[in-house]
Ligand binder design. Structure first.
Ligand code: CYC
Length: 169
């Protein structure tokens, strides 16, 4: 598992090079956004259950067929599994936000996930929609917590979306 700093060190060490201008710039930007990243994590942590619930309700409102007979989230067990997955995405997105790097998502969440989803008939499009709904809610909450430039919040959610759908967002 890597964060912004360890991943940079790894790349420069492999090449046996000192940090150059690019490296210094990305270190600067990581440290400058540090407080905001921690604030964002705090805002998510204190509202995580509500964020998942709200995004889930919106998703099922938009795509009610998911929870009707024949839908992948139909039955209490699968409904709960769906919300649990959303909770995984939110929690790991928070880790990635703090790390300033999406490696934790690749290693702990996304590896083999498409195959699992395909074999269980879990639809990717609606899952990605759920992730994007959470992103929107998180951005509102982070802005409400007083974080001025919250653009970095997009990164982990868009990464999940890209990797799951193998499409540009
Ligand atoms: C921490 C990393 C991690 C992830 C990401 C993860 C995902 C994950 N989601 C699963 C199932 C599932 N995932 C969903 C999700 C959904 N169905 C829908 O229609 C919606 C679109 C969507 C919710 C947004 C459902 C319904 C199941 C159960 C499918 C089944 O058993 O038939 C399964 C199969 C095993 C199980 O049911 O627990 C895994 C491994 N597990 C992990 O350990």
């Amino acid at each position: 598992m890597r964060d912004a700093v360890t991943s940079l060190i790894k790349n420069y060490d492999v090449a046996g090079r000192y940090f150059d201008r690019n490296a210094i710039d990305s270190l600067k930007s990581y440290f400058e956004s540090g407080t905001a990243r921690v604030q964002a994590a705090a805002a998510i942590n204190s509202n995580a259950a509500a964020i998942v619930k709200q995004a889930g309700s919106k998703l099922f409102e938009e795509l009610p067929e998911l929870i009707r007979p024949g839908g992948n989230a139909y039955t209490t067990r699968r409904y709960a599994a769906c919300l649990r997955d959303m909770d995984y995405y939110l929690r790991y997105a928070t880790y990635a936000l703090v790390a300033g790097n999406t490696n934790v998502l690749d290693e702990r969440v996304l590896q083999g996930l498409r195959e699992t989803y395909n074999s269980l008939g879990v639809p990717i499009g609606p899952t990605v929609r759920g992730v994007q709904l959470m992103k929107d809610i998180v951005k509102e909450q982070v802005a409400a917590a007083g974080v001025v430039n919250a653009a970095f919040v997009d990164e982990p959610f868009d990464h999940i979306t890209r990797e799951l759908s193998e499409q540009d967002v």
